[in-house]
Design a binder for this molecule. Structure first.
Ligand SMILES: *[C@@H]1O[C@H](CO)[C@@H](O)[C@H](O)[C@H]1NC(C)=O
Ligand SMILES: *[C@@H]1O[C@H](CO)[C@@H](O)[C@H](O)[C@H]1NC(C)=O
Ligand SMILES: *[C@@H]1O[C@H](CO)[C@@H](O)[C@H](O)[C@H]1NC(C)=O
Ligand SMILES: *[C@@H]1O[C@H](CO)[C@@H](O)[C@H](O)[C@H]1NC(C)=O
Ligand SMILES: *[C@@H]1O[C@H](CO)[C@@H](O)[C@H](O)[C@H]1NC(C)=O
Ligand SMILES: *[C@@H]1O[C@H](CO)[C@@H](O)[C@H](O)[C@H]1NC(C)=O
Ligand SMILES: [Zn+2]
Length: 929
């Protein structure tokens, strides 16, 4: 359970986060990776400055070419010393010191044993000022009668962030020692490491909220400041009575302190507890936050849980957090918008996010915490697994939502757009490819999360869920509290396959390496006249050059499920070569005789057919679309649009798949269409094609569905589509509701599900006064779900001066919280008027952005991708290339690969616009009749 937990308030309540962890190898680390998923805006994580803490590690740094000579030049620690316990004391001060800084003081005592004689101690250390002891930065003591050699020299090695201790003799193998340090650090608001988070507590009366106080916190919050003793002996880490050898690849957040300052109101911490029975274990899941709000039940996938219970962590919402959430042992931390649900303010989308994020973090208790990967190169297995299980967990919590099907849209199709670029990368890296903090940050990308989830889903489907679970259980059981490499999982799944006598074309490892060691995915093409089936590496730009070689020559072992107009087939066809012939795929003439591959899109690939079969499928959609499973209706749309972009088929065929939509009542096909048409919009909303596109849209009847039982998502989509395509009734409705709210700001008449669209529309069509009202409401919002909606809507203005001012606000932490800066700029960039302003702003402020917001530099890849998403002219390409040159000295951190992708995408967009503008214009002109 939460170790220290104190709270109170000053003019600004301050919360402080401390991250401490422990692991093998040598003492300490300062890099705190707190990235978690936060799809929409950022994904972030911080690197840190806290007290000397744990090191990830195991193997020695691999010898790369031009290996640096000294251990302190290498990013990975040697294995000569093993930390056993840490005792850290931290004392944060919440008033500025004489030089105007918020600081903390602290000391730490680390006991470690010597595994191999050495005269060198390396400690990760960042942004700490050490108090000298006899002229050195640290001091050393013997333990159990050992006596350390004198210290010869200590220094800070900035590039690798080490504190280096050179001894004048050897530490002896088998002996224990204690390293003591005293330090001062800045308690900055940089969301990294041990940081300060302030928010204005407007108090109990104003919002009429009940304030709960955690037992025992009263006394603590009256103290002028909290002095916290943290003991990180393994046995203390949990109150569950487990003795855990803590083995974390992520540095753990052990303590959450809302540190108090002076006396003031009672603690404002909302708690919420619920008893959960998990197998034979009953435990309490406790949720804490400074903001009120309920939460939604989301349990991870039952079966794994039952076989291997882990202690349930507490859940904490933080007012400032760089990531979406972080799965620390015992104490999971969240951005408030990922934990708190308030029926008065939250939309279905917010609720869905809360459920899936909690399920994701709980899944990490097994995958990540209980069993930890050896090094960051295999990160995809952790994140992919949690991203897959978040759908299963959320589905078991809320079965009526059909959330499981959404994985196709939200993960697979999303990531396929990136994975179809020549600048993509494989799921697995070599261990020696990932060394520096920036390289580690970069690994947390859509490939790791979404492709990882998609590939594991494919695996589970061709194995059957039962065999998949059995293999996982055996893996988790074997490696509990240990480290693994991803091959270990294949071994255990193989055992389960062998036990079940399941027939596969080759071993699991043999199949899966095709998907994990080579980037991209295939397009499978069937000719239904003669049954020929082929595969080819799918590239969005067919002319792009793939420089990364693959030992498998970009041939996959593809599980192909299929059905025909006459019914389904139970067997899976395995495509193992570049081409083959399958007689069952020879389909006789006749409209109802179609062939459909990849049922429910369980396989990670795209599908193409001969033109006759496409015609038959489109006819089926027009006549009775229900004959095709709903996920495959979305597939037909998404595949054709992407095949058209890659020039496999005509763009007209892709557009033709959307014709039947006026009859479609399901979310997924609509969402696939809107997503793909959004690309058209980005390419054309600054051109003459946009007018006909808008009229075509109306003529197709997409924007004003009538009389049908739209499910909740469609309602949201329809409204936002209608308003964004300028349907007058929609604007009028939005403005009327918004005005009603303005006249009585304490009574918002707009239902939460529609707020994002209505606010955006009202601001878009409204005046400066409307913007100011929304800005005020944003500043007053106490519930993050509401604040987020307003913050996004404020970017909808059509006034360049307002948007410029808003861009300035985004870098002012008193106006926009630092954690939200990047997503605010992204929202402005997604507005057609704001796009070039945001680009100018980023170019003009890159150094500031990079240096001040670089702590959570994960979001940089999103920033680059968002601001360049419309780029489709030679001029913009030149600017982007210039940007790369101009800022080469500052660097792009975790956005490095995103920049390459942006360049590649821009080139592809230029070609696409040139080749398709006319056809698109013609199609929409014909539709609008
Ligand atoms: C640490 O030392 C540097 C250099 O002397 C100084 O600029 C900085 O303010 C110090 N930080 C703290 C928190 O005392
Ligand atoms: C592949 O190499 C060529 C030639 O060196 C280069 O122009 C191209 O940008 C590279 N492509 C990628 C995706 O890196
Ligand atoms: C099937 O037809 C396609 C298209 O005409 C042709 O390219 C392919 O070679 C044929 N395959 C076989 C096995 O006849
Ligand atoms: C496809 O998914 C739907 C629901 O999403 C499910 O009802 C159906 O059984 C699935 N079909 C197959 C063949 O798994
Ligand atoms: C799209 O549909 C229209 C109208 O049915 C048809 O004339 C056109 O040929 C179709 N385009 C393609 C590429 O199939
Ligand atoms: C974030 O999500 C909101 C609604 O969920 C959407 O309106 C907004 O455009 C998204 N922002 C970005 C940058 O994707
Ligand atoms: Zn995760």
């Amino acid at each position: 359970m939460a170790a220290g937990f104190f709270i109170s308030k000053t003019l600004g309540l301050v919360s402080v986060i401390l991250c401490l962890g422990a692991l093998a190898t040598i003492i300490a680390l300062s890099v705190v990776y707190a990235q978690e998923k936060n799809r929409n805006a950022t994904s972030a994580l911080s690197s840190a400055n806290p007290a000397p803490t744990a090191a990830p590690a195991t193997t020695a740094a691999p010898a790369t070419t031009a290996a640096p000579a000294n251990p302190w030049n290498k990013m990975r620690l040697p294995q000569s010393l093993l930390p056993e316990s840490y005792v850290v004391t931290l004392q944060p001060f919440l008033t500025k010191d004489a030089s105007g800084l918020y600081i903390f003081k602290g000391n730490s005592a680390v006991t470690f044993s010597c595994q191999e004689a050495t005269d060198l101690i390396l400690i990760h250390s960042k942004k700490l000022n050490y108090t000298q002891q006899n002229g050195f930065l640290i001091s050393l003591e013997g333990v159990d009668g050992s006596s350390p050699p004198p210290i010869a020299k200590t220094w800070l090695e900035a590039p690798t962030q080490y504190l280096v201790v050179q001894l004048s003799g050897q530490l002896e193998k088998g002996k224990k020692y204690k390293l003591l340090s005293d330090f001062v650090g800045e308690l900055a608001d940089d969301l990294a490491g041990f940081y300060r988070s302030e928010y204005v507590d407007e108090g109990v009366t104003r919002y009429g909220k009940r304030v709960d106080c955690l037992g025992g916190c009263d006394a603590l919050c009256l103290q002028p400041f909290a002095l916290v003793h943290v003991s990180l002996l393994p046995g203390d880490l949990h109150s569950w009575g487990l003795t855990v050898h803590v083995h974390q690849y992520l540095c753990m957040l052990r303590i959450w302190m809302l540190v108090t300052h002076r006396h003031s109101d009672p603690c404002r911490v909302h708690t919420c507890m619920t008893s959960l029975t998990l197998g034979s274990q009953t435990d309490q899941l406790r949720i804490f936050s400074v903001q009120g709000g309920g939460w939604v039940r989301a349990l991870p996938w039952g079966a794994i849980l039952l076989t291997w219970p882990v202690p349930l962590p507490d859940q904490v919402g933080l007012p400032d957090f760089n990531a979406g959430a972080m799965e620390n042992w015992g104490l999971v931390t969240y951005r408030e918008n990922s934990l708190l649900y308030d029926p008065l303010f939250s939309s279905i989308g917010n609720k869905e996010r809360v459920v899936t994020v909690i399920a994701h973090e709980l899944a990490h208790q097994w995958f990540g915490n209980l069993v930890t990967l050896r090094w960051w190169n295999d990160l995809w297995l952790n994140e992919g697994f949690a991203s897959y299980v978040e759908y299963l967990g959320a589905d078991s919590a809320e079965p009526s939502w059909n959330i499981k099907d959404l994985i196709v849209q939200s993960e697979m199709y999303r990531v396929m757009k990136i994975d179809a670029l020549a600048s993509s990368h494989p799921l697995s890296f070599q261990e020696n490819e990932i060394n520096t903090p920036a390289q580690i940050s970069e690994v947390f990308d859509a490939i790791a999360y979404s492709k990882g989830a998609s590939v594991l889903r494919m695996l589970s489907n061709f194995l059957t869920e039962e065999i998949f679970k059995r293999g996982l259980q055996s893996y988790l059981h074997t490696f509990s509290y240990g480290n693994t490499v991803y091959d270990d999982l294949w071994v255990h799944l193989q055992k389960a396959v062998d036990d079940a006598k399941l027939q596969l074309p080759t071993t699991i490892k043999g199949i899966m390496e095709r998907w994990t060691l080579q980037m991209g995915f295939p397009v499978v093409t069937v000719n239904t006249r003669n049954g020929s089936i082929t595969q080819k590496h799918f590239l969005l730009d067919p002319e792009s050059v793939v420089n990364r070689s693959s030992v498998f020559n970009y041939v996959w072992i593809v599980p192909v499920t299929w059905m025909t107009g006459q019914g389904g087939a139970l067997t899976t066809y395995w495509l193992e070569e570049t081409s083959a012939t399958e007689p069952s795929f020879t389909i006789p003439a006749g409209a109802a005789n179609w062939l459909l591959l990849n049922i429910n899109v369980t396989g990670y690939f795209r599908v193409n057919y001969d033109p006759e079969n496409w015609d038959k499928l489109l006819t089926q959609l027009d006549t009775s679309h229900q004959a095709i499973p709903v996920i495959n209706r979305a597939q037909i749309i998404d595949d054709t649009f992407n095949l058209a972009r890659a020039k496999y088929i005509d763009i007209g065929l892709a557009l033709n798949t959307t014709r039947y939509l006026s009859k479609e009542l399901e979310y997924l096909p609509w969402s696939a269409a809107l997503d793909n048409l959004a690309y058209f919009r980005l390419m054309f909303d600054r051109s003459e094609v946009y007018g006909p596109m808008q009229s075509g849209w109306l003529a197709l009847g997409w924007a004003t569905p009538s009389g049908v039982c739209w499910d909740r998502y469609n309602e949201i989509n329809a409204i936002s589509t209608a308003c964004s395509y300028g349907i007058r009734e929609c604007w009028t409705l939005a403005t009327a509701l918004f005005n009603q709210w303005k006249t009585n700001s304490s009574n918002n008449p707009i239902i939460p599900n529609l707020r994002s669209s209505i606010y955006c529309s009202a601001i878009k069509t409204g005046s400066e006064e409307d913007w100011d009202f929304a800005w005020q409401m944003f500043q007053k919002a106490t519930v993050v779900a509401e604040a987020d909606k307003l913050r996004a809507a404020l970017a909808c203005s059509q006034e360049t001066w307002i948007l410029r001012r808003y861009l300035q606000y985004s870098l002012d932490p008193t106006k926009i919280r630092k954690q939200d800066a990047v997503s605010t700029i992204n929202s402005i960039a997604s507005n057609v008027v704001g796009q070039s302003l945001a680009w100018d702003f980023i170019r003009g402020n890159w150094k500031t952005l990079f240096e001040q917001y670089g702590g959570g530099s994960f979001s940089f890849s999103n920033l680059i991708l968002a601001v360049t998403q419309r780029f489709s002219s030679e001029f913009e390409l030149k600017q982007l290339e210039q940007f790369k040159v101009d800022n080469a000295d500052v660097g792009f951190g975790s956005g490095t690969r995103a920049l390459e992708q942006a360049l590649e995408k821009t080139k592809a967009n230029i070609k696409w616009v040139a080749e398709n503008k006319k056809a698109v214009l013609t199609w929409f002109e014909r539709e609008s009749g």
